[in-house]
Design a protein around this ligand. Structure first.
Ligand SMILES: Cc1cc2nc3c(=O)[nH]c(=O)nc-3n(C[C@H](O)[C@H](O)[C@H](O)COP(=O)(O)OP(=O)(O)OC[C@H]3O[C@@H](n4cnc5c(N)ncnc54)[C@H](O)[C@@H]3O)c2cc1C
Length: 413
């Protein structure tokens, strides 16, 4: 049982409201960041209450990484792997809680893991092991978790904050906002963190769905129909200032796969993306050689040596001349090579928050202290995790940000 805060000055506004429960720290949001913060604050002897409106904690952890949770990345402390209007902000936070620190925690709990690719660490078993680990740590640290808690109101008091929830009132010295972003509303995402930030006059940078599949106009989709379900391994996708070489996948709405999800964080409406289906291959050179050496072979067969068959057939049909390699004029070979090495298209949008893994943008970091995640000018108020304008690449970076920002706030609350 937690003991209530006894350091209140008698006669203070808060002490007079006798019906209010009291905690040192209230964390709103039992996700990755909120639970990490509660653990660290609890370990320091602070009484901590975590409130969440969902029926279960850590729901995004549970569904993450295809159910295996890509819980960090070996390069998760590299600031250049994160997007923010204030790109240097995350450096200090990331340096204070590294991927190694989280791996050590996972190891202490005997959770088996493996590196899949590009430094991405996944559980061997299930993502629920990470949720169970965090809940165990919270229990050991004495933090209290209250689910199904709809928050009606938050008010600043003389000594901290008062949170109105489910007809009751909870007073606290420190309030930590860890409500996440807007992605996947059906998993509890609410945008409530932004409302709180506005209430306390913090700025919010533009928010938009990120790490999300890109969509195309109906006419383009009609052309790409034969490619639905086709994956191209290790393609290069360029969009905005982003350039990624990973798999891509044609879907019935457009393009997905890791390289496209990554680029979606950089791409903006009206811009082109450029796909190289065979990076490292000079397609024109390859086709000219094939014309000399395999004159009687069909163009789509030659392309099929380098590309998935359905893509090879489509490119040959749309850009090649009828007949075999011998029948291909230079102009056709050029057009085909251009399609292979630099396919230019304009997505019309993205699948939106319904499927986006994260929200780009959020609470402007210029209003936060980079050592503690505290809001400047509002003593005792903290913002951590995805609600903040720090967005990681795909591959465990977003959890690393959640752990690290939760950790530093947990040391300060
Ligand atoms: C499908 C999917 C897969 C992903 N896979 C990975 C991955 O493998 N690796 C990786 O690094 N990242 C992954 N991510 C991103 C990662 O899940 C998030 O970046 C991370 O969960 C953010 O942590 P958070 O604690 O800030 O927010 P969240 O985990 O979103 O937690 C916020 C919590 O706040 C609660 N909440 C919201 N509003 C309110 C309110 N009004 N009142 C009370 N409680 C509220 C929510 O119920 C939730 O429990 C994935 C995301 C998705 C959607």
């Amino acid at each position: 049982m937690l003991s209530f805060d006894s350091r209140l000055p008698l006669g203070s506004k808060r002490a007079m409201k006798r019906t209010a429960e009291t905690f040192d720290v209230v964390v709103i949001g039992a996700g990755a960041a909120g639970m990490m913060c509660a653990i660290e604050a609890g370990k320091r002897g602070r009484s901590v209450l975590v409130l969440d409106h969902a029926v279960a904690p850590g729901e995004k952890i549970r569904i993450s990484g295809g159910g295996r949770c890509n819980f960090t990345n070996l390069e998760g402390d590299k600031a250049e792997r994160y997007l923010s209007a204030n790109p240097h902000f995350c450096k200090s936070v990331l340096s204070r809680y590294s991927p190694r620190d989280f791996i050590a925690l996972v190891d202490r709990h005997g959770i088996a893991w493996h590196e899949k690719t590009l430094g991405q660490l996944f559980c061997d078993g299930s993502a629920t092991e990470i949720v169970a680990m965090l809940l165990n740590e919270m229990r050991s640290a004495g933090a209290v978790l209250r689910l199904r808690s709809e928050i009606d109101r938050v008010e600043q008091t003389d000594t901290g904050f008062e949170v109105a929830v489910g007809g009751g009132r909870i007073a606290c010295d420190s309030l930590v906002v860890a409500c996440g972003g807007k992605s996947i509303p059906k998993m509890g995402a609410s945008g409530f963190g932004y409302e709180l930030a506005r209430q306390f006059e913090l700025d919010i940078t533009d928010t938009r769905p990120a790490l999300v599949p890109l969509t195309y106009a109906v006419q383009v989709l009609e052309q790409l129909k034969p490619l639905i379900g086709v994956a191209v391994p290790q393609a290069t996708v360029k969009g905005g200032k982003g350039r990624f070489e990973e798999d891509i996948l044609f879907t019935h709405r457009g393009l997905s796969g890791p390289a496209v999800l990554q680029v979606s964080s950089y791409w903006r409406e009206g811009e082109e993306i450029v796909v190289d289906f065979a990076p490292g291959l000079d397609a024109l050179d390859f086709l000219k050689t094939a014309k000399r050496e395999h004159a009687r072979t069909a163009l789509h067969t030659v392309l099929g040596w380098k590309l998935p068959r359905a893509l090879a057939v489509l490119i040959a049909h749309d850009h090649g001349a009828p007949g075999n390699m011998a029948d291909q004029p230079d102009k056709a070979l050029k057009a085909v090579a251009e399609m292979v090495n630099a396919w230019r298209t304009k997505p019309v949008g993205s699948e939106g928050y319904r499927t986006a893994e994260v929200t780009l943008g959020g609470v402007d970091t210029r209003g936060l202290d980079q050592k503690t995640m505290a809001a400047r000018g509002v003593p005792g108020l903290y913002f951590i995790g995805e609600v903040v304008d720090v967005t990681g690449w795909l591959g465990g970076y977003n959890f690393q940000w959640a752990w690290a920002s939760g950790f530093v706030a947990g040391q300060a609350v």
